[in-house]
Design a protein around this ligand. Structure first.
Ligand SMILES: [Mn+2]
Length: 355
């Protein structure tokens, strides 16, 4: 296992990279070029500059989160070819810079979704929450966007870039009639095209589950449960086609037994996002500390499954609460995520010692 920490870059993160290197056992960051739009080519020079800013702090850049997929690839339209070519070149450039895993997602239009970015908990901390009744009462995507922009605290949220959201109505029109099977077929095509480059440059692709793992605004989802996970892994049966096992995305569906999924598919899980949440009703939850008794997931069982079945994976703590008065990007403060690292470290060490 290698512990990494998501970091958005010097210009885009509230946390100095040096602070990340002070967290015990963190070997590197899950990095990105935030200024890049989906479909853009990442040049070798841009990647080298990013890597220099990370290695200067004694950290590695072996995981990228994310290289976003252009909607034309998800839509399966002819113009996807040029974006796939850009993606191949980006994989090559990242591989040559030492990157081993690229996390990405195949969610149409929207990235992850919450109905409140600043829910106040009883202990005074703030966290992100999702309430499906609120979601249904909004009904209309532009209202969701307005709320996100109002609540993001001045940061742009990953996957919620304003430039892209301004085109949201047009995108909805393009996705009209795209079925679950269509979307899965477009994912298969994309993976088949890029796999030879992944093999040549030793870069594993790790698709992130849909978050939350159910359909939103009538848009189809590709990765939300065990069967869709198996379908993706078998339709392109290549070790370079892997999964980012995100405990908090998949886990909010009570049908998804996270330790069992890790035990079944561990060999194809190069990257894991570990977080906990409290499920309070059907499709309703808020994000908690990582500590098992605080949430609905059994973190010991999850880490044990990773320890046993994906021992070489990269792990990062996922979203944390805002604690100790910290202000920052929702989900991505320093303190609670660092506590998550320390907790996972403790679980892992105890498992190592038990053999
Ligand atoms: Mn995640």
């Amino acid at each position: 296992m290698k512990m990494v920490f998501r970091w958005f870059g010097e210009k885009h993160d509230s946390i100095p990279i040096q602070y990340v290197s002070q967290i015990p056992n963190v070997s590197g960051v899950a990095a990105t070029l935030m200024d890049k739009q989906a479909g853009d080519l990442w040049t070798a020079d841009e990647i080298a500059a990013l890597k220099n800013s990370i290695t200067a702090a004694g950290l590695e850049m072996e995981v990228i989160e994310s290289v976003n997929i252009h909607d034309d690839i998800k839509l399966g339209v002819p113009s996807r070819e040029k974006y796939i070519e850009n993606y191949k070149e980006t994989i090559k450039n990242l591989g040559q810079a030492g990157v081993r895993v690229i996390c990405y997602n195949f969610m149409p239009i929207f990235d992850w979704m919450r109905t409140d970015l600043w829910k106040k908990l009883d202990d005074g901390s703030e966290t992100m929450s999702y309430d499906h009744t609120v979601m249904e009462s909004i009904g209309e995507p532009n209202e969701m966007i307005r709320r996100f922009e109002a609540g993001s605290g001045g940061f742009s949220l990953p996957g919620w870039e304003p430039e892209r959201l301004s085109m949201v109505k047009e995108l909805f029109r393009k996705y009209d009639g795209i079925t679950h099977d269509d979307l899965m077929d477009h994912l298969r095509y994309f993976l088949e095209q890029i796999m030879p480059v992944c093999e040549e440059y030793n870069v594993k692709m790790a698709i992130h589950p849909d978050d939350p793992p159910w359909d939103l605004f009538g848009l189809p989802r590709v990765l939300k449960d065990r069967d869709s996970m198996q379908e993706i892994l078998t339709m392109v049966d290549n070790p370079y086609n892997g999964i980012t096992l995100c405990t908090g995305s998949l886990g909010v569906s009570p049908d998804n037994d996270i330790p069992a999924l890790i035990r079944e598919f561990g060999a194809r899980i190069p990257f894991a996002h570990v977080r906990n949440f409290k499920r309070t009703a059907d499709k309703t939850f808020w994000e908690t500390s990582h500590f098992t008794p605080d949430g609905s997931l059994d973190m010991y069982a999850i880490v044990k499954a990773l320890h046993d079945c994906a021992p070489d994976c990269y792990i990062r703590p996922d979203h944390g609460r805002m604690i100790w008065g910290e202000k920052g990007r929702p989900g991505y403060g320093l303190y609670d995520r660092a506590l998550g690292v320390a907790y996972i470290n403790g679980l892992w060490e105890s498992m190592d010692r038990q053999g």
